[in-house]
Unconditional design. Sequence first.
Lengths: 405, 137
Amino acid sequence: MIDAQEVKKQFPIFQHAHHSGFELAYLDNAATSQKPRLVLDAIERYYTTINANVGRGVYDLAHQSTFAFESTRKKVAGFLNCIPGEVIFTKGTTESINLVAASFLAPKLNRGMNVVVSQMEHHSNFVPWQMLCLAKDAEFRVVPLTDTGDIDLEVMEHLIDENTGIVACTHISNTLGTVNPISKIIDLAHASGVPVLIDGAQSIVTESVDLTELGADFYCFSGHKMFGPTGIGVLFTRQKCLSEMVPYESGGGMIQSVTNSQTTFANPPELFEAGTPHLAGVAGLDAAIDFLHTIRQDDIQRHIKEMNILTRDALDPFEGLEILPGGTNSSGILSFYMPSIHPHDIATFLDQRGIAVRAGHHCTEPLMRALNIPGTVRVSFSVFNHQGEIGRLVDALFGIKKIFG
Amino acid sequence: MDFYDPIIIEYNKRKEQYEKRPEAQFCIEAINPICGDAFKIYMDMEGAMITRASFSGYGCAVSKAASSLLVEKLEGVKRLVAVQIIEEYLTMVESGEVNKTGNKIWNAFVLAGKYPGRRKCATLSWDALRDFLKKRD
């Protein structure tokens, strides 16, 4: 059981006065999470005690920095139940997906092949594949959703065939909150011998992932959505796929030997980490994993699901407000719209009452087009949100209805 | 300050200026791809005189109210005068400075434009029409 008010005290941002004069109710956790003191201290401690570049210095400080960096790789591997060599540090989910598109799929994709994604993908798991398909004259297949906000698995099964280069699918929809049955999706793809990438940006906080059991070929996430800093992310790549990949960025850190005429490359994961990594970010990510262990992912999941259900129940009788379906299994995200009031007006009105929500297409424009709506207001919960904030949200929505309705 | 001044609410709800008129002599589009707001301004002219104006489209309360205010100002005005009015409005909204002795209606839009990320809502249609009218030199 989570005491949200107590956990909230660990997040310094809530000690700052909000411009509205109200206490900040931060309900935009799907965009980025707030940062607990533990993470902020770890970043400062990195810079003030062990800052040195990794992998090259022979002095003690460089050794400490390298040791800390590689320890985090091991911690991430333990967190995901994979081997450290399968953990590549990236800038975030977007770079992770682009890396797979460029290094794994691009060399093998050609005319007659296809890529399968779902209609609920974030642009970051949609545009890279769409661009690659256009460049290679391959077919870009988008699996539609059912009325419940779930991926239509029957259609997906038909769309995956022996010519599919990859299936790319999100674990949790950042707009609808649907938790996808990724184990089933992976089995569907593997039945045709197709590799699978799972976008874990929204799931990494609440879903405890065992990649050895799950069998995904690629799994990626961003530090900043799991209480860590921005600019750091992870790409898990199954070992058998690593050997099929060509270098992504080239430069320092990813080489074994360089002469005037040729270069031989380092082994993965270093092969995909050219340049100085975001070392302080890795230190922050390390602390963010500790934070998740302290609060417990299962408890966070239970808490935000409960917040979601309470909000849905409170908004259900609201006339002139439509809640988007959140799938058979829903996480801590919900989207709604009021046909007579623009989402930006709702978000601005709420901001004046200290409530931060996201309005627009949430980087899922193809989903909005499929649903035939211009945008939604999205509410996304975290560990520090509590019932009082839901009450404030509902009251404010009644207020805006009175003014605009 | 309250973002939603009653003046903006009133202009947002007004129906007088809202009319789809594809047969109009000119149809000027104002689109903000970031938020999806999209309006069309319909206009007839006789020589330099704007004889009829209306608008249609989709957008937030501020962009809709600003479009309504713009269209209201246009009818019966000569092109160069219209450009002058539009530029005065845009200068004021972009300055973020309320003119205490000035036009109360315009001041409401200046205040809305001061809100983070919402200035474009107050200027979207006005910018598009200024560009159109200037090109007709």
